[in-house]
Ligand binder design. Structure first.
Ligand code: SAH
Length: 458
């Protein structure tokens, strides 16, 4: 039994999925935030539970060889990055192990079909979207930044290492304008004030910047001045939008937008296609890695000219549309109506005429297509973190596609679902982790499944 406040010398052996260091003391698992695997240190016990405890790094004895100095002044407090204290190589090793452990232990997958993680060339400044809350700082000055973990306290942003570099300048100009004109930040406890979020998006391939102000108002005082200040200093600026959110809610954006400058959207290129990005439309946050992820998915899908592709959880259609040219037809399914509208528009804008999109629950839509006798040759699954679940897996298997490509953002639910697929006659023949979000705890995996009888072809 460990006692609170006692100090133990120990070695950190692993990380949790949230990036905390893990060690074993007296048979107990102890979680130590900010510790790195390989650190030898004194750990103070802060809180104990039955089989685990939480500790604090009290004194470093010898640091892990993976350790580096954080290059961000707020990384300890902000919570946006989990791995700013270890090398990117060490982070990739951890992510590889996380996928390996989940797939082999929970999924019953043989470790030798898991490929080496696809790391990112750019591990900093890769995010193309920032939603920064507006607040008063300690000195009563207007600031934008990030909420500290589990709180609504804003940590002012100076220079975020994950965000696109142009965002800092946009934030600086916006704050200058708000201060000068005394436009008050929104206060969520009183439901008063105006400026809720500064919302920035950047199309990395085309160099187009969007500035969107989310406000508790239909219009802003000195709107025109804001536009001219932004235009004067941001050569990539293409549009400025006001998003109106007068609800008492912590949902960031409201339903209505008013364009203050430009067309109201920016356009990016992904896998040779053009995608329109407006404040309310979904777009992959790390464009370059999304392109690589889709490339791997396309390779696994191996579509032929006479084949039908079913893209379940299709969002704005990006994965399916990037492969539609290789197939006879594409059917996409997604639950959010706005995303389906975007998917249809994306298809039209790229001259893709062999695609149709259905708005509805993936499981119900698949069952419906199945009962109508539609038999896709290949199914793509890209569910949210909770995975697909048994019902959809049984329907997908019942449609007897030749190949299933599963794109997952959670190794644990992927592993669970792959085991259910195996029961239904679909074996995993290849899996590859892809790092879409360097410096955070997230890791994606692409897996290829084929019907058991066809396995020898792959
Ligand atoms: N494939 C897309 C988006 C994947 S994110 C891309 O690469 O961009 C997962 C998507 O699943 C989200 O768009 C979410 O709205 C959608 N979704 C969540 N639950 C769903 C359900 N039950 N049925 C259909 N789609 C769902």
């Amino acid at each position: 039994m460990l006692n609170k406040n006692e100090i133990y010398e120990t070695e950190i052996i692993d990380y949790t999925t949230e990036g905390s260091g893990v060690c074993r003391i007296g048979g107990m698992t102890v979680f130590v935030p900010s510790a790195a695997a390989g650190d030898r240190a004194e750990v103070r016990i802060l809180k104990t539970a039955k089989s685990y405890a939480f500790g604090k790094l009290e004194k470093m004895i010898s640091p892990s060889p993976d350790r580096i100095c954080s290059d961000c002044p707020v990384s300890e407090r902000c919570g946006g990055c989990l791995f700013r204290h270890i090398t990117y190589e060490a982070e990739l090793k951890f992510k590889q192990k996380r996928v390996y452990d989940a797939l082999t232990r929970i999924g019953g997958i043989s470790g030798d079909i898991i490929g080496s993680i696809v790391g990112a060339e750019k591990s900093d400044h890769y995010r193309n979207k920032a939603q920064l809350p507006v607040a008063y700082d300690r000195d009563g000055k207007i600031c934008v930044g990030f909420f500290a973990p589990r709180s609504h306290r804003v940590i002012p942003l100076k220079e975020c290492m994950l965000q696109s570099e142009g965002f800092n300048k946009a934030a600086e100009i916006f704050v200058k304008w708000a201060e000068k004109n005394h436009i008050p930040p929104y206060d969520e406890t009183q439901h008063k004030g105006v400026l809720r979020h500064l919302y920035l998006r950047y199309a990395a391939k085309t160099d187009e910047l969007m500035v969107c102000i989310v406000a508790n108002a239909d219009e802003l005082r000195h709107e025109k001045e804001l536009v001219s200040m932004l235009c004067a200093e941001l050569p990539d600026l293409r549009t400025v939008v006001l998003n109106i959110n007068k609800e008492k809610t912590n949902v960031i954006t409201g339903k209505n937008c008013r364009t203050l400058y430009g067309s109201g959207y920016i356009t990016d290129e992904l896998c040779g296609l053009k995608f329109r990005i407006s404040p309310l439309s979904f777009y992959q946050v790390n464009r370059d890695q999304a392109e690589r992820l889709y490339g791997i998915a396309a390779d696994y899908a191996g579509l032929q000219a006479d084949e039908t592709l079913l893209d379940l959880y299709c969002g704005t259609g990006t994965i399916g549309l990037s492969m539609a040219g290789k197939a006879k037809s594409l059917i996409g399914v997604e639950i959010i109506p706005q995303a389906i509208e975007d998917a249809r528009r994306n298809a039209a804008a790229n001259g893709i005429s062999n695609a149709e999109f259905i708005c509805g629950d993936a499981s119900k839509a698949a069952a419906d297509l199945n009962s109508r006798g539609i038999a896709p040759d290949c199914i793509i699954l890209d569910p949210p973190r909770k995975g697909c679940g048994r019902e959809l897996i049984c329907t997908a298997a019942d449609m007897k596609p030749k190949r299933i490509v599963y794109v997952s953002c959670d190794p644990a639910t992927l592993a669970r679902d792959l085991a259910i697929f195996a029961e239904q006659g679909y074996n995993t023949v290849k899996a590859l982790p892809v790092d879409m979000f360097p410096r955070t705890g997230h890791v994606e995996t692409v897996a290829l499944l084929t019907r058991t009888a066809l396995k020898e072809f792959y």
